[in-house]
Design a protein around this ligand. Structure first.
Ligand SMILES: [Zn+2]
Length: 353
């Protein structure tokens, strides 16, 4: 299926269809928002190819944008000009979810070099502590020890047998660790102690991970620097979660906004759903918090008819073939898309691919 699709795309490109669509009035009335998470500092793209891509691949994407004459706009300007009908040809906006350190270290210098504007949807809980994100670093360390079954898990307060052979098995361990942390109402520091214990248990060098800033959020100094350089910082909730309770949901937005305002000096009004998860009841809560737009992980070009609380994006990552990315930039990918909705819940694959 994948091979057929790629062959079709190549044939369409060869026949000049990509260029035709990219220059059409249909495409001109649309904005493509690209969604990135991280660029690998090391091997993160092998661990989570759907979230990461290699930095040199990211650079290739920027070269394509430049080579093929795409108009890279700041997110807010792109959305506004879409409503006004004044978009330039081949409009694109670049967004980065979470605000991890690798953005500062790798993506941001490249963006600067190309002169492209970008938005970071920042989750703020970790910005003042320079610690790896607990749910990510535990998953990453378990992946580092993939392939084995560990039989003395109870030492960590977990089930006796930890099956690290499959993504699903490792995910179960992460969920157990999260449950322990939640049950004991652990602070960030305490969760870090638990991650450190897990590292010791798995014989992974935790200090080395921390020193390399793997799976960390940018700190205040780094955020101030990128903001000073024109990077736009917007909302992604404080704790990377969207509670089903209105008061708790809105507190996530307010806590997030307060910290972004503090570090960026501006009032963020654009939001991105953590993990791409949304519910109909969120729309009114977001509007009550003066949110102007909310982006999803559902695939699509944004048109004037896109609901402002359901703005689609195209997720780029290590799994994407260049021709697939080019098809979406041109608009062909959107025309051919047969599946648009992102999974509304993280479901790990049962087997290694
Ligand atoms: Zn996120």
């Amino acid at each position: 299926m994948r091979q057929i699709k790629l062959a079709t795309l190549r044939a369409l490109k060869g026949a000049g269809v990509f260029r035709l669509v990219a220059d059409s009035t249909w495409r001109r009335d649309r904005l493509l928002i690209l969604c990135y998470h991280g660029t690998s500092l090391e091997d993160e793209h092998l661990w989570r190819p759907a979230l990461y891509l290699e930095a040199n691949r990211f650079e290739q994407r920027l070269q394509i944008l430049k080579r093929d004459g795409y108009s890279v706009l700041p997110l807010a300007e792109g959305l506004q000009r879409l409503r006004l009908g004044t978009l330039p040809p081949r409009s694109v906006a670049l967004t980065f979810d979470d605000g991890t350190y690798d953005f500062y270290r790798q993506a941001y210098p490249l963006l600067k070099q190309f002169g492209f504007p970008a938005t970071v949807y920042l989750t703020t809980y970790y910005m003042d502590c320079e610690l790896p994100v607990f749910s990510l670093v535990t998953s990453y360390m378990l992946w580092k020890r993939r392939g084995v079954v560990i039989s003395d898990g109870q030492e960590l307060g977990l089930a006796s047998s930890l099956d690290l052979r499959t993504e699903a098995g490792r995910h179960r361990v992460v969920l157990e660790l999260l449950t322990v942390a939640e049950r004991e109402d652990m602070s960030g520091r305490q969760k870090d102690e638990l991650a450190r214990k897990l590292a010791l248990f798995l014989k992974v060098d935790y200090d080395a991970l921390v020193a390399k800033r793997l799976l960390q959020i940018m700190n205040r100094r780094e955020l101030e620097e990128i903001v000073g350089d024109g990077i736009d910082v917007q909302l992604h909730t404080h704790r990377h979660r969207t509670p089903e309770d209105e008061e708790r949901f809105r507190r996530e937005i307010r806590d997030n906004r307060e910290r972004i305002r503090d570090v960026a000096g501006s009032d963020p009004v654009h939001f991105c759903y953590p993990s791409g998860v949304y519910r109909a009841q969120f729309f009114d809560w977001l509007a009550a918090e003066r949110i102007v737009s909310a982006t999803t992980c559902d695939a699509g070009l944004v048109s004037r008819n896109s609901p402002s609380m359901l703005i689609p994006r195209y997720i780029d990552n290590q799994n994407r073939e260049t021709i697939d990315v080019e098809s979406w930039l041109s608009g062909v990918g959107d025309l051919l898309a047969y599946r648009r909705a992102a999974a509304q819940q993280y479901v790990p694959r049962e087997t290694e691919s």
